[in-house]
Design a protein around this ligand. Sequence first.
Ligand code: 6PG
Length: 248
Amino acid sequence: MEQPHIEIARDSQDLAERMVQLFLSAAQDAVSSHGVFRTALSGGRTPERFLERLANTPEAHSLPWGGVHLFWVDERYVPSDSQASNYRLVAETLVRRIDIPQANVHQIPTESADMNAAARAYERVMRKVFGLEEGGIPQFDLIVLGMGSDGHTASLFPDSPALRCVDRLACVVRAGADLKFDRITLTKPVLLAARRLVVLVSGGEKARILEDVLTGEPDEMRYPIHMLRPVMERVTWLVDREAAGLVA
Ligand code: 6PG
């Protein structure tokens, strides 16, 4: 495996600040090179500080948000105003505080009773925004991922059938004993097509899994984030010192 590119931040605040710089750099590069910046963000706890910092950063307000398209890596299948909603997290911390056109904010729909129809609808939006035919795979300029303590990323969990959902751009993940909510997630082919990926890992509780993931034998079913191994040169592991305790 290509050696992982790991950046160690002093603490969660420094992690957020460095993620802001990576985001701004990716956005400026993308807009300069092809006139648009298309990114997908994850939910969960870790990105919150980054999103809040981004909304407060002067440079962010000078970004050409009209040329930025915001997608979600995954979503819990809950109402948009639910405390569990990844859309709500990003909308409240970032979207409502920047001048991005609402038409450029592409939330994963969660109103329909038919989750598969919702996943197909999200795929149609991706194809439209990326100008793709059926079968094309969107090449995001930046995908921001987290990693769970079980080695999952997006909503691609260990031993999940969604890990084999590689003929779609978005797949349904059903709730189970260890998963409270049904979800919709981007799939492996979409993650692997991204120009750049950042994996945000924060907190001492992630130190063990980070060491296992970075030093263990390849095993995508056990550690879904291992799916990034073929594109490690495009991945930045942005971790804080607590999470890096066993690998630094
Ligand atoms: C979600 C996320 C998920 C998250 C990891 C890490 O919907 O929960 O997309 O993949 O990135 O579970 O979550 P934390 O940042 O809360 O540790």
